[in-house]
Design a protein around this ligand. Structure first.
Ligand code: FBP
Length: 550
C-alpha cells in the first residue's frame, strides 16, 4: 500500500450512512414484491434461464433477524474501475460479520479470471481498513474475462467448493452482471447450493431501470469530469483563443456527457441517442458544430467548449451499419485478418469484403480512424470506443467545412483547437459521499441477499434522491433486465443497457437551454468534489438523478 495522503487517512475514518432499515445491523426480514418476470424477450430469456427466471423483486424491511449460520462469500470486481468498489466490499464484509462473526469473505484476484484460475485471498478487517472510502479497484484487482464456457463454470464450482464458498458477489456492469446471471443459472441447475448476487457498477450510468436507479461510480466520475470541464471553460473564457473539444467516457450511452453538460453549460454537446433518433449523418453532425463556431465567430468569440460522448461513432446510422458489418466480418474471418501484418493491406482486405456502400464509407475515413475501427474487440465483442479518436475526426471535418465557408465568404474567424479525452481521470477518485454511502449500502444489502439465498439477484437501493436513512435496500432478479443482443456475430442474452431517453427530463432540460449556451457564454465552474462542509455541497446528487425522479 502506498503512503496514504491526509485525505486518504481522513476518508478511511468516514462512516458511510446506511438506510434506517439496516442501521441496527441486519434486523430485517425479506419482503417479496408482486411484479415478477423478465421485462424483455420473456420467452427467449425464460428458455435460456429455466431455473432463475420469473423471480419476484425483494426489499428488506425492519423485522426480527433470522438466526443466520456462518457463511463464506467470494467477491469479484469486474470490468472498468468505478469509484466506490472498495466500499461495496467493506459493506459486504460488515454485513456478513453482523449476520454471523464466523463468516468469511474471500476476494478473487484480477476479476472473473481469479475465480476460474483460483487466485484469491481472504479479506479480513485489517486488510480492508485502509481501502475504506477510497477509489480504485486495487484491493483485489479487476478484469474483463467473460465467463461463457462450461469449463469455466466447472472450475468456478470446484474452487468455490474447496473454500466452502456458498455465495458469490459479482460487482460489475451489464456484461459482468450477465456473467453473474449465467453463473447463477449454472449453479442452480447443478444444485450446487451457491448463491450468486450482482452489484450495479459502471461510471457510464447505463446499468439502470425502473428498479435500479443508478449504477455506482456515475456520481463521482461525472463530478470529477465536470470540475475539469469547468476549469477548461474558465481557461477558454480567459484566453479567448481556443476551441476545446472534450471527449467523455461512456462506451455506449451519453449519460456522462449529458450530466456534465447540465453541470457546466458548454457551447455544444452531442448526445448520441439524439443523433440516432434524428438519423443524423456524420456530415450533418459536423455542419451543426461548424455553424456554432461560425455564429460565435460572428460575435467576435473565437473560443468555445464542446462535449462529445465516447460512444458517438456507434450511433451515427451509417457508422453503426459499418461497425455492425465489421463486427460480423471480423468474427467470421478472424484468423485471416490476424494473419495480415501490414495495416494498409488489412484495411484493403476488409474493405473488399464489405458491401459496396459501407466499403465506400470505410475507404473515405481518415486512415487512423479506419484502423481504430478494426482493432481487437473486447472479450464481450464490443468495439473499444475509448480507443477511437472521434474528437480528432470531428476537428478535421469541421476544419474542412469552415475552410469551405471561408472560401464562400460566410465565415471569418480562427478555429484553433485542443482535444481532450476524460475517462480514466474519473474512474478512481475517492468516491463522493453519495457514492461512498450508496456502495456501502449496496454491499451490505448484497450480504443479506447472500444470507437469504437470493440467487440471480442484483443488489438494489431505491429512493436515492431522499436522505440515506430513507433509502430502500433490496434485490432485483437479473433475468428481468435481460434481452438478446448480437455479439461476436451471434444473438446472446445480455442485460439491457439504459440509453439516454430523449423524452426524459434530463435531456429535455438540456435541449431547452442549449441554444442559449451555444451562442452566448454561460459556463458554470463546479469546482472539486466536497467531502466535508455544507450539505448542499457534500451531499449533492447528480442532476440526472434529480431530474429523473423529480
Ligand atoms: P464498465 O462498463 O466495465 O464499467 O467500463 C466502463 C468504461 O469506463 C467505459 O466508459 C470505457 O469505454 C471502458 O470502460 C474502457 O475500458 P478499459 O478500462 O478496458 O480501457
Amino acid at each position: 500500500m502506498n503512503t496514504p495522503s491526509i485525505l486518504h487517512k481522513t476518508r478511511n475514518e468516514y462512516q458511510p450512512k446506511l438506510p434506517r432499515s439496516l442501521k441496527n445491523g441486519p434486523q430485517v426480514r425479506i419482503r417479496e414484491n408482486a411484479d415478477a418476470g423478465a421485462a424483455y424477450n420473456p420467452k427467449d430469456i425464460g428458455l435460456l434461464f429455466p431455473n432463475t427466471r420469473g423471480l419476484p423483486p425483494v426489499t428488506f424491511v425492519p423485522g426480527d433477524m433470522p438466526g443466520y449460520a456462518p457463511l463464506n462469500i467470494g467477491v469479484i470486481l469486474s470490468g472498468g474501475q468505478a469509484p466506490g468498489g472498495h466500499n461495496v466490499i467493506a459493506g459486504i464484509y460488515d454485513g456478513l460479520k453482523a449476520c454471523h462473526p464466523d463468516s468469511k469473505l474471500f476476494g478473487f484476484l484480477g476479476g472473473p479470471s481469479g475465480l476460474t484460475d483460483n487466485h484469491y485471498r481472504e479479506l479480513d478487517a485489517a486488510f480492508i481498513a485502509p481501502f475504506r472510502n477510497t477509489g480504485g479497484f486495487d484491493m483485489i484487482g479487476s478484469g474483463r474475462t467473460k465467463l461463457e464456457k462450461t469449463e469455466q463454470y466447472e472450475a468456478a464450482l470446484t474452487h468455490c467448493k474447496a473454500l466452502d464458498i456458498r455465495a458469490l458477489v459479482v460487482i460489475g456492469g451489464d456484461d459482468s452482471n450477465t456473467n453473474a446471471a449465467v453463473l447463477a443459472e449454472f449453479f442452480k441447475e447443478r444444485k450446487a447450493g451457491i448463491t450468486v448476487v450482482g452489484v450495479p457498477k459502471t461510471i457510464d450510468g447505463d446499468l439502470k431501470n425502473d428498479l435500479i436507479e443508478i449504477s455506482f461510480g456515475f456520481d463521482t466520475a461525472t463530478k470529477v469530469y465536470s470540475e475539469l470541464i469547468g476549469n477548461i471553460e474558465r481557461d477558454a473564457n480567459s484566453a479567448k483563443k481556443y476551441w476545446h473539444i472534450i471527449k467523455l467516457m461512456g462506451r455506449s450511452a451519453s449519460h456522462i456527457a449529458l450530466e456534465c453538460a447540465l453541470r457546466t453549460q458548454p457551447n455544444h454537446t452531442i448526445i448520441s441517442e439524439e443523433v440516432a433518433a434524428r438519423e443524423q449523418t456524420l456530415h450533418e453532425i459536423v455542419e451543426d458544430l461548424a455553424s456554432v463556431v461560425a455564429k460565435r465567430a460572428a460575435n467576435g468569440e473565437h473560443f468555445g467548449v464542446v462535449i462529445i460522448p465516447e460512444g458517438l461513432i456507434e450511433f451515427i446510422p451509417e457508422m453503426k451499419a459499418l461497425i455492425s458489418e465489421l463486427n460480423d466480418l471480423m468474427a467470421k474471418h478472424e484468423a485471416e485478418i490476424n494473419g495480415i501484418p501490414d495495416m494498409g493491406a488489412k484495411r484493403e482486405y476488409i474493405a473488399g469484403k464489405l458491401a459496396p456502400r459501407t466499403a465506400e464509407l470505410y475507404r473515405s475515413l481518415p486512415r487512423q480512424i479506419a484502423e481504430q475501427l478494426i482493432m481487437e474487440r473486447d472479450p464481450h465483442g464490443n468495439v473499444q470506443v475509448s480507443l477511437i479518436e472521434t474528437d480528432k475526426l470531428l476537428v478535421y471535418m469541421v476544419e474542412d467545412v469552415l475552410n469551405d465557408m471561408k472560401a464562400r465568404g460566410t465565415y471569418k474567424g480562427k478555429f484553433k483547437t485542443h482535444t481532450h479525452f476524460f475517462g480514466y481521470e474519473g474512474r478512481c477518485s475517492f468516491p463522493s459521499n453519495f457514492d461512498a454511502d450508496y456502495t456501502y449500502t449496496l454491499g451490505y444489502t448484497a450480504s443479506l441477499l447472500c444470507m437469504n439465498e437470493c440467487t440471480g439477484y442484483m443488489s438494489s437501493v431505491q429512493n436515492l434522491c431522499d436522505a440515506a436513512e430513507n433509502w430502500i435496500p433490496g434485490g432485483v432478479p437479473m433475468t428481468r433486465m435481460m434481452h438478446l443482443e448480437r455479439r461476436h456475430g451471434a444473438d446472446k442474452p445480455v442485460i439491457k443497457k439504459a440509453l439516454v431517453d430523449i423524452d426524459g427530463q434530463p435531456f429535455k432540460t438540456f435541449a431547452a437551454k442549449r441554444g442559449t449556451w451555444a451562442i452566448e457564454t454561460h459556463y458554470i465552474y463546479p469546482g472539486p468534489i466536497q467531502y466535508y462542509g455544507p450539505e448542499a455541497l457534500s451531499e449533492m446528487k447528480t442532476k440526472t438523478l434529480e431530474l429523473e425522479h423529480q
